[in-house]
Design a protein around this ligand. Sequence first.
Ligand code: CP
Length: 327
Amino acid sequence: MRNLLSIEDLSAQEIVDLLDLAQSFETVQQRDVPKVPALRGKTIVLAFFEDSTRTRTSFDLAARRLSADLVNFSAGSSALKKGESLRDTIETIDAMGINAIVIRHASSGVPRQITRWTNASVINAGDGWHQHPTQALLDAYTIRKRIGSLAGKRIVISGDIKHSRVARSNVQAFAKLGAMITLVAPKTLLPPTLNGWPVTVSANLDEALEGSDVMYLLRIQHERMGQSLLPSLREYRTKYGLTTERANRLGSDCVIMHPGPMNRGVEIDPEVVDDPRVAVLEQVAAGVSVRMAVLFKTLGPGQFDRSEESDPVDRADSRSASEGGQT
Ligand code: CP
């Protein structure tokens, strides 16, 4: 795998392979020294042009745990402030000899665009409303870990679908893995067309949540709303929020998810956040293992090959031993 730009580019088998690889890397993180030398000598640039806590930190940790060299590019203190173009910025970074750029940008399509300006691998860490592929992978990983294969599972995604790159990439990933997806949102927070989306749509959360295996709540994205699309946040909570009363009607094994950051009291009641069915912090933890898998798959020597019988983590370790590396 050269780049990771969109879930659209992955087959179901490639998604499963990445989740299996992430599982191997989860075991690495349970060691006393949670590190392998698989990407020793590789240089990864984190270029976040939009704010992030989870994605940026977990890519940073993932790169360090694979022993890569890491550069945190800060757009706010770069020559972009002097008017340098994005293209010149990327070509300048590329000229320094890097192996991968992990990029988050407010404009859809920027990660694919920059593949024309760099020979490095490009990994999409979220672009506009378009895609957030590693979020979809870590969410699929979390669901699989909690309740097994996604095939045939009933997943409800509720909230601001229109502005959500998480919704777009998660729908594609969950559908490829065989899940049945229902979107719940007010009309103003749905895209103008859902042609080609493998989903059913409902405006009634109370009906949709009956018998669901996963209740996935999306964030109300105040920063992407050009105009008021909701009468009030209070009304939103009443119709679309996971209130304590609604949570009580979910099954005991239902997985309650949110990509973060949560608007407590809007998408989810504060009392519900502590419910053991809520997997938000498991999602965050899965982010490190999944991003290790994505970096290894794009940059690892002899990338993961399912035809090889040994575990990829063992191979990464033995390769290091033969190179005299340290873990
Ligand atoms: N889920 C997610 O992308 O969170 P951050 O914005 O904190 O990276």
